[in-house]
Structure formats: C-alpha cells, structure tokens
Design a protein around this ligand. Structure first.
Ligand code: FES
Length: 162
C-alpha cells in the first residue's frame, strides 16, 4: 500500500510505501537534506514541521524527542523526517526555509522575489534573509555557504544522546 504526502510551501505531492519515513519523501523530491547523522535521529538536519496529519505518523521516539529539544526552531509540530514513518494518508509537511532554499532547483524559483517571512537557518534559527528583502543569486550563495560552514558536530555535542 502507498500513502500520499504533501510538501509545502513547494506544493508537491508524492507517494510513499506505508511505513516509509519522511526522509525518503524529501530525497525523492531532490531536496538537499544534509542528513549529517545518516538518518539516526541525532543531528536534526532533517527537521520538518507537520502542518497536517500528525496522527498519520509514527509516534515520536525518545531519541527524536531529545534531539528536537536541542534545536531553537523546534515547535509542537516538529518532527525529524528520518524518524517519522508514514502510517496513513493526510500528512502535510512544511519544509523549514533552510531546507528548500538549499535545493538548487528551488533557489532558482526564489530569485527576484522578496522573502515573505524571515528565512531562518534550519538548525540555529539564525536569520539568513530578513522579511521583505529581495532574494538575489548572490544572497542565495551566501545562504549555501552559511549552511555548509555550520559545525553540526559541535552544536550537538552537548546532547547527552549523541
Ligand atoms: S538525518 Fe540526522 S536526525 Fe534525521
């Protein structure tokens, strides 16, 4: 059986085998998910927000909970895509800005537009582009560098579960 998952704000739908994890959905859409820990629930580079269908996902496990507690951009609807398995239809995932602006394809789509909201680093919450500022090709290059230079190992070294 397959289940359908919708990705926002890029407005794409995709199918996944029942019990598959959200990370495989993101990868199938060519999103540039860093997967620093290799999908073990310890780095939060696959952090997403669930806008709908939280009940259609597997429950949060202890490791996922502990990792989410460390990140500044965590909200009640936060999940780690590598840990959240899709059990039923109706899941709507909201990608943090840092995730979809990392995707080269989506970078192209945002050039020349003004940021509708502050674009935040997916882990630190640092403001990369302020709301209403124009997104240019050079802006996006800076975002890429900012994300690539981020030292995930040291940021998460305080987590007792690592
Ligand atoms: S890939 Fe590291 S927590 Fe999901």
């Amino acid at each position: 059986m397959v289940k359908t998952v919708r990705l926002e704000p890029i407005a794409q739908e995709t199918s996944i085998e029942t019990n598959g994890n959200l990370l495989s959905v993101l990868i199938s859409k060519d999103l540039d998910v860093l997967r620093e820990c290799g999908g073990r629930g310890m780095c939060a580079t696959c952090h997403v927000y669930v806008k709908g269908g939280m009940d259609s996902l597997s429950p949060i496990n202890r490791r996922e909970q502990r990792t989410l507690e460390v990140i500044t951009s965590c909200q009640p609807n936060s999940r780690l895509a590598c840990q959240a398995r899709v059990l039923a239809n109706g899941v709507i995932v909201e990608l943090p800005p840092g995730m979809y602006i990392n995707s080269i394809k989506d970078i192209e789509a945002l050039i020349g537009r003004r940021a509708e909201q502050n674009l935040l680093h997916p882990v630190t919450g640092e403001v990369l582009v302020e709301e209403d500022k124009l997104i240019t090709r050079s802006t996006l290059k800076q975002l890429e560098n900012s994300t690539n230079n981020f030292n995930f190992v040291s940021f998460f070294s305080n987590s007792s579960d690592v």
